[in-house]
Ligand binder design. Structure first.
Ligand code: UD1
Length: 420
């Protein structure tokens, strides 16, 4: 297992954001809907993407992935099983269920189970597919589904925490090839969901409302292949925003779409940094010394993303005064709090709230990465803290950040990957 050794660093210069993992994963799954070739550009080379490739190869796709371009072809094999050994390593694998039901009319997909950031149920996925008349049973940890009688329907997809990204993806994909019209109310509006809708449209699907909470899908007989560019990763871009604030370093974040990050950019400005949006693909951030405390509430898009909560918490550790974070998507997503406190932070957690008392300094320590975004926060903490920090279990970060240490090193970070 690898670890990162990090020393206090000041950053400067330009960094280029990779393609979005969370946009690419459901789009790769959506190619199940066609037997024609699909070509995807700007695909990040990450462990989660490799897992999705393995699942699709098991289902009969032939995939070539080189230099960010993925060519996906169908073979004669027509599988319908996504096994536990792959699904358990990545929850997003569950989004092959919708396309398998639509294309193969049957699916056997392992249930993903819980994970470190919370329980993460899939009830909304199953509710939505059942409303499309899929016959679904849970057998020995698998979701076993029969889609031969599926038809369009009008459904409401809101849950206790609002909309669901991957449930919307699953239902939208399932509806593309079944008879009749499907209307999804309370669809997730995240840019990654919008992007999947645009990809499906390019394949020939009849969809309107992409990017809005109301999606209308009319089933078509067949979908074809197409070529598509994966959107930039807004969470990676937001992580660099947080790195800039926490280390008091000016940065230019290139290849990012600032309009996908409005809520985070507002927080950066409230904390006292200057943000300049050059054009639709570049963000210049210039911190101005001391940071102001703010309150952040994570919400479905266009609210502040839960996937940036941990990274911004480390910035608040240096703000002069008291800040409050309210986690409304995953109330237990605070595994990083104990690790940051071991570095000298003043954070108190109570249920879905974290109260952060800003400090002058944090101090390097040995810390353990618990999940993807918490790992990114600990790397930022390591660059902002005095002396040396060692971050263990960095395989989490490799799931979601392409060449992270090379990118940070180019900006001046003192970060080294070592075998544990
Ligand atoms: C996606 C992202 C993840 C991000 C999350 C929230 C991908 C691959 N992953 O995950 O990085 O943190 O959106 O923005 O795109 N819920 C239910 N029942 C369900 C499904 C979800 O109650 O059937 C709840 C969840 O527990 C959570 C909330 O709804 O509280 C939102 O989760 P959801 O949008 O589904 O997250 P994912 O799509 O799994």
């Amino acid at each position: 297992m690898d670890k990162f050794t990090i020393h206090k660093s000041t950053l400067s210069g330009e960094v280029c954001v990779s393609g979005s993992k969370n946009a690419a994963l459901p789009i790769i799954a959506a190619t199940i809907l066609t037997d024609e070739d699909c070509i995807l550009h700007n695909v990040p080379d990450l462990m989660d993407i490799r897992t999705m490739v393995k699942i699709l190869e098991g289902l009969g796709k032939q995939i070539n992935f080189e230099n960010g371009t993925m060519v996906i072809k169908a073979t004669k094999k027509c599988g319908y099983v996504a096994p536990y050994r792959l699904v358990r390593t990545m929850r997003a694998s569950f989004c092959v269920l919708g396309p398998l039901l639509a294309r193969r009319r049957k699916a056997k997909v392992s249930l993903p189970g819980g994970c470190v950031i919370g329980v993460r149920p899939v009830d909304l996925h199953i509710k939505g597919l059942k409303l499309l008349n899929a016959d679904i049973k849970i057998e020995r940890g698998y979701c076993v589904a029969d889609g031969k009688n599926m038809r369009g329907s009008h459904l409401y997809l809101g849950g206790q925490f609002g909309s669901s990204v991957l449930a919307t993806d699953n239902i939208m994909m399932a509806a593309t090839l079944i008879d009749g019209e499907t209307i999804i109310e309370y669809a997730a509006c995240e840019p990654e969901v919008e992007s999947l809708g645009l990809f499906l449209q390019k394949m020939g699907a009849d969809i309107t409302g992409q990017g809005s909470p109301l999606l209308r899908i009319r089933g078509v007989k067949k979908l074809g292949g197409c070529e598509f560019d994966i959107i930039p990763d807004r969470i990676e871009a937001g992580t660099f925003l947080a790195a800039s604030l926490a280390t008091n370093s000016p940065l230019v974040i290139k290849g990012a779409n600032p309009f996908h990050l409005t809520s985070a950019i507002e927080i950066v400005k409230e904390m006292g940094a200057e943000v300049h949006i050059d054009n639709a693909r570049s963000i210049k951030v210039s911190p101005r010394g001391s940071l102001k405390p703010v309150n952040i509430t994570t919400l479905p898009y266009p609210g502040f993303p839960t996937d940036l909560q941990a990274q911004f918490m480390i910035c608040l550790c240096f703000a002069k005064g008291i800040s409050l974070i309210t986690e409304k998507i995953y109330p237990d997503r605070f595994m990083h709090v104990a690790e940051l406190n071991r570095m000298g932070a003043g954070i108190q957690r109570s249920g879905p709230y974290a109260i952060i008392e800003g400090k002058e300094k944090l101090y390097g320590a040995e810390v353990m990465a618990s999940d993807l975004r918490a790992s990114a926060a600990l790397v930022i903490a390591g660059m902002a803290a005095e002396d040396k920090t060692e971050v263990f279990r960095v395989y989490h970060i490799d799931r979601g950040y392409e060449h992270i240490e090379e990118k940070l090193r180019k900006l001046g970070a003192k970060i080294k990957r070592e075998k544990q």
